[in-house]
Design a protein around this ligand. Structure first.
Ligand SMILES: Nc1ncnc2c1ncn2[C@@H]1O[C@H](COP(=O)(O)OP(=O)(O)OP(=O)(O)O)[C@@H](O)[C@H]1O
Length: 255
């Protein structure tokens, strides 16, 4: 069983403290976990800190996985190299080392990830020719081709149309289920979170102020505290929870 826990994790840029005490009980693998919070709350900073790109106090505790089993997909990934989609996914697979010869298992892993994320038809296209949404899908494939056990993705659906958002979140959910990986997604669309993510971490004031089953975390009170927005969580005619925005709550949101 793979899990990730945080104990009093901190991070700063120069003198500016962004995270003071991010603590959460082990997040178990096998499903999607959302990381939510206002702009500038520190979601990307927390991902960088967990991925070891930033130093700071506190402990990032991985169980069932080593630091090299972790992949972080940032918000902006460069896609200017003169490579085809296929080549770029191979390159991502080979970044862990192991020489340039591809085994049958590695070729199968590349084909599998291209199919899972709807990229098989784009395999021979050059990266700079792709649309924003296509690039985002390629980044996801690059991140997952080595089958990491811990995955941190910064707004992985921000450039995708409605159909692709649905398709990609389902594919990510299946990936987590099949591999038992811990998959944490920073997301702004709380309806996506409610639909796809079993667990949610809410980040504000430099710490995780709530963690647990998504519907228990994303209460109207918490949404008001995080975003300064009045909202209701209601069931649609098919029984799915939906967040309805009523407007600004007039309450200062958590920093
Ligand atoms: N490299 C950096 N140097 C200095 N300050 C930074 C750096 N990166 C981020 N910050 C600051 O850290 C704070 C948190 O930024 P971060 O990108 O972690 O927020 P976020 O929650 O991911 O925001 P968003 O939802 O807008 O993507 C912001 O105030 C930002 O200006």
């Amino acid at each position: 069983m793979v899990s990730l826990a945080l104990e009093q994790v901190g991070a700063r840029y120069g003198r500016r403290e962004i995270l003071s005490d991010a603590t959460c009980a082990p997040v178990a693998g096998g499903g999607l976990t959302a990381l939510v919070g206002a702009n500038a709350a520190g979601k990307s900073t927390l991902f960088r800190r967990i991925a070891g790109q930033l130093r700071g106090p506190g402990i990032v505790r991985l169980e069932g996985a080593a630091p090299h089993d972790l992949r972080y997909m940032p918000q902006d990934t460069g896609m200017s190299a003169a490579l085809t989609v296929y080549e770029s996914v191979i390159l991502a697979l080979k970044q862990g080392g192991g020489g340039w010869r591809l085994s049958a298992a590695e070729l199968a892993a590349v084909d599998d990830v291209l199919h899972r994320f709807g990229l098989a038809d784009l395999a021979q296209r050059q990266l700079p020719e792709l649309s924003g949404g296509q690039r985002q899908s390629v980044s996801i494939a690059q991140t997952l081709v080595s089958q990491p056990k811990v995955v941190l993705m910064d707004e992985p659906t921000s450039a995708l149309d409605l159909f692709r958002q649905y398709e990609i979140l389902e594919a990510l959910r299946r990936y987590a289920e099949e591999t038992g990986a811990v998959v944490i997604l920073a997301l702004h669309d709380l309806n996506q979170v409610m639909r796809a993510c079993a667990t949610t971490l809410a980040l504000a004031e430099g710490r995780i102020i709530a963690a647990g089953p998504t519907l228990e975390v994303l209460t109207p009170e918490m949404i008001s505290r995080l975003y300064g927005i009045d909202s209701r969580v209601e069931r649609c005619s098919r029984g799915c929870p939906m967040m309805i925005v009523d407007g600004p709550s007039g309450q200062a949101r958590a920093g």
